[in-house]
Design a protein around this ligand. Structure first.
Ligand code: SF4
Length: 322
């Protein structure tokens, strides 16, 4: 006779997982494969998720980090990832006569436009974000070198010395912690009251909704799992949000095989969320792993309704219409 499994109350955060920008980027690669056939080249991981990337590879997508890895003279499409690229990348693609398809999330493009407008108006642009993240490289690369000052932390905001204190504007990465960013902005505003702010928050709706949902669930559970990749900024921020909201065991995992059963093997309640680049099938895989050890009592905690949809990149829409 098998021993009865203990009951585990599971609170599923909603919304979680894929956002409209990620859905659009994956659809763009899949549509390009259907319309033009393989190979389709993709510059950088289209979204930060190994499972998604491996799935697209199996269908004929070829992932490269730089354009010089794409064979010269190819007629195959070259797709830019949802994170956005520096201005020099499409320029380089045009020089090489590549058929470029830009899958940059429209909400990242919005930040690019803001930075460009500020620069044209003669303002020094402060970008709040994480150095080295592809989105930050792309946004800084909209303007000439030195035009954007990156501020990563509250400490850096306290020490930042602009060229002209009366002529500043700020933009942010779309996937930051809402709370950390609010603190950094408050410090900058106090120091530079004339600093121009974005018309509408740069941190995107998906990042905001997923963090708010985690903050609501985390204080009620023994442990929290965020499904996502370690290089996914918004997934990392969800794990941090869970910890800050009082959850002692919060882990970011890509697959069920990564669950540390020393930490998650003797709990009575679990919160589950997923970063904007994590597919729901991986959430199901995690739940299946817990179901092998526990009897699950699953509840969904709805925090916001999302109906954002972005049409496919223009290049694909016009070819599809023909
Ligand atoms: S996380 Fe936000 S900015 Fe990034 S792709 Fe999704 S909707 Fe766009």
């Amino acid at each position: 006779m098998t021993a009865e499994k203990p009951v585990l109350r599971v609170l599923l955060c909603a919304p979680r997982g894929f956002c409209a920008g990620v859905v659009r980027a994956i659809d763009a690669v899949e549509r390009a494969l259907e319309m033009y056939g393989p190979p389709v080249y993709v510059r950088h991981e289209i979204v930060h998720n190994k499972y998604v990337v491996e799935g697209l590879k199996a269908k004929g997508a070829v992932f490269v980090e730089e354009l010089d890895e794409v064979p010269a003279g190819t007629a195959a499409p070259v797709i830019f990832s949802a994170h956005g690229v520096a201005r020099s990348v499409p320029e380089d693609a045009a020089r090489r006569n590549f058929f470029a398809i830009d899958a940059t999330c429209p909400l990242v493009t919005k930040v690019h436009r803001e930075a460009t407008v500020h620069y044209k108006r003669g303002r020094e642009v402060v970008l709040i974000g994480h150095a080295g993240h592809p989105e930050v490289i792309g946004t800084m690369g909209q303007l000439p070198e030195g035009a954007v000052s990156l501020v990563e932390t509250a400490e850096q905001a306290r020490l930042f010395q602009p060229r002209d204190t009366g002529n500043l504007a700020f933009t942010t990465q779309t996937t930051l912690s809402i709370d950390d960013t609010a603190e950094i902005v408050a410090i900058l505003r106090e120091r530079f009251p004339a600093m121009v702010a974005p018309h509408k928050e740069d941190i995107c709706y998906a990042t905001t909704n997923r963090q708010e949902a985690v903050k609501r669930v985390a204080p009620e559970v023994d442990a929290m799992i965020v499904v996502g990749a370690p290089n996914s900024s918004n997934s990392q921020r969800l794990r941090e949000a869970a910890e800050r909201a009082g959850c002692r065991h919060a882990a970011l995992v890509q697959r069920a095989s990564e669950i540390d059963w020393e930490r998650f093997g003797a709990i009575t309640s679990l919160g589950v969320s997923a970063g904007a680049s994590a597919p729901e099938v991986l959430v199901e895989e995690i739940l299946d792993a817990f179901a092998e050890r526990y009897t699950l009592a699953v509840e969904t905690v709805h925090n916001a309704h999302e109906d954002v949809f972005f049409p496919l990149p223009r290049q694909l829409r016009s070819d599809a219409a023909e």
